[in-house]
Write a protein that binds this ligand. Structure first.
Ligand code: FAD
Length: 395
């Protein structure tokens, strides 16, 4: 039976990046993915690299914003990780950082923006609030109704179709054994190691039983199910999201656009398509009373019109045909903070999910690898530990 140092479960951005980090540090790594690499959230997302607090973090008031701001040290680390990743991998990932603008249209929104920027500066994020002529000179494509914007020069985008496959290739170059179409169905602690039972996934795969000293769960919306295999309950919830894309057009907007008062993300890809998202929900599909995680959520009409409302702040979008809308799923934790670290009372079991795990994924992976190899993480991940949900676990 194969025995490795670490088995990583999940071939999204988190799993591939963690496998890469561990393998390049010399570990023997097994990466197991039930479908294809990048098949789920990591390949379906908006590709926004947003380092400011998002709308969902400020919409519930100042206390909630202060709680979410505790993750800002991770955001600062992510700025550095994305600046370096293409050089480290030796291939393009579509990373471009021309800055991000978080818009405010009303006096109340401007006040939220000012408080948000003050909070972010306390954590060391470089953010400037622009208004009037300064803002419209930087972003002439914005509607005149936009009064102010929080500008973070480091924000931008990466191409979700390129990043995770590049990380997987790098992991394999460092010796990671990758099995796709291989679904983990059981996790048992034996004498000082973990035994992983698997079966061939929908795309066909090797199946079989594997041994590992440590296991990293990087299963996205399947995290609760995977943790359950080790008799651990983690409050990780799936949420459906909606994205839309326009036809290609000439370079229109170099920035990542978000809004401080409503759901919105807008950016233009290198190919000219404008992507619109920002957290508009999609309806999870239920079967026999349980959410079916294998099926993409259903589109909600209000979310499509929500996406289209992006034209209110970028009027040029009115002239562009919408060519595609899709849905995907991501994970949320009850406190909106990441879930990252060692699982208490399960020696050698680690987990990572939640938060903006595209933006923060490279950082989570570096920190996870550090914890697996040395038991330490810098910056500290104590605030994101699964231990905060210890009351759910009796054993
Ligand atoms: C529409 C949409 C837009 C988004 N936009 C952004 C954005 O702009 N910026 C941002 O930061 N974040 C964004 N996100 C969130 C981001 O995409 C996710 O947080 C991130 O991709 C999660 O990566 P992951 O590797 O944890 O999960 P995933 O990419 O879902 O990977 C998990 C993998 O685990 C595998 N797996 C699960 N169970 C098993 C098993 N039993 N055996 C083997 N394999 C298993 C799955 O098949 C899957 O491939 C968005 C998400 C969506 C859906």
């Amino acid at each position: 039976m194969n025995h490795v140092d670490t088995a990583v479960v999940g071939g999204g951005l988190l799993g591939c990046a963690t496998a890469w980090q561990l393998a390049r540090a010399g570990s023997r790594v097994l990466l197991l993915e039930k479908d294809q690499i990048n098949r789920h959230a990591s390949g379906q997302n908006a590709g926004s690299l947003h380092f400011q607090l998002e709308y969902r973090m400020v919409e519930h008031g100042d206390d909630a914003a202060r709680a979410a701001a505790r993750a800002l040290p991770l955001h600062l680390d992510a700025v550095r990780s994305w600046a370096a990743v293409e050089d480290e991998l030796g291939e393009p990932c579509g990373v471009s950082r021309h800055g991000g603008l978080m818009l405010a249209e009303t006096p109340a929104e401007v006040a939220v923006l000012d408080r948000k920027a003050a909070l972010e500066r306390r954590y060391g994020l470089a953010v400037e609030v622009l208004s009037g002529a300064d803002l419209h000179a930087l972003a002439p494509y914005l509607a005149p109704t936009v009064r102010a914007a929080g500008f973070v020069p480091d924000e931008g985008k990466a191409n979700p179709r390129l990043v995770t496959p590049a990380l997987a290739r790098a992991a394999v170059r460092y010796g990671t054994v990758l099995h796709t179409g291989c679904r983990v169905t059981g996790l048992s602690r034996r004498n000082g190691y973990w035994e992983l039972s698997t079966r061939a996934g929908a795309d066909g795969g090797p199946g079989g039983t594997y041994r590992a000293d440590t296991v990293v769960l990087a299963g996205g919306v399947w995290t609760a199910e995977l943790a359950g295999m080790a008799d651990v309950r983690l409050p990780v919830f799936p949420v459906g999201l909606t994205m839309s894309a326009t036809a290609r057009t000439a370079p229109l907007l170099p920035h990542l656009i978000q809004h401080v008062g409503r759901r919105l993300s807008v950016k233009q890809t290198a190919e000219g398509t404008v992507l619109i998202g920002g957290g508009w929900p999609a309806k999870l599909v239920s079967r026999s009373g349980r959410t079916d995680l294998e099926v993409n959520p259903e589109l909600r009409y209000e979310s499509l019109t929500g996406n289209l409302a992006a034209a209110r702040v970028v009027p040029a979008l009115l002239d562009l045909p919408l060519i595609r809308t899709w849905t995907g799923m991501t994970t949320l934790t009850p406190d909106q903070l990441p879930l990252l670290g060692a699982v208490p009372r399960r020696p050698g079991l680690f987990v990572a999910t939640g938060g903006s795990a595209f933006t923060l994924g490279l950082t989570y992976a570096r920190l996870l690898a550090g914890m697996v190899l040395t038991g330490t993480a810098d910056p500290s991940v104590a605030d994101y530990s699964p231990a905060r949900f210890g009351a759910l676990n009796f054993a």
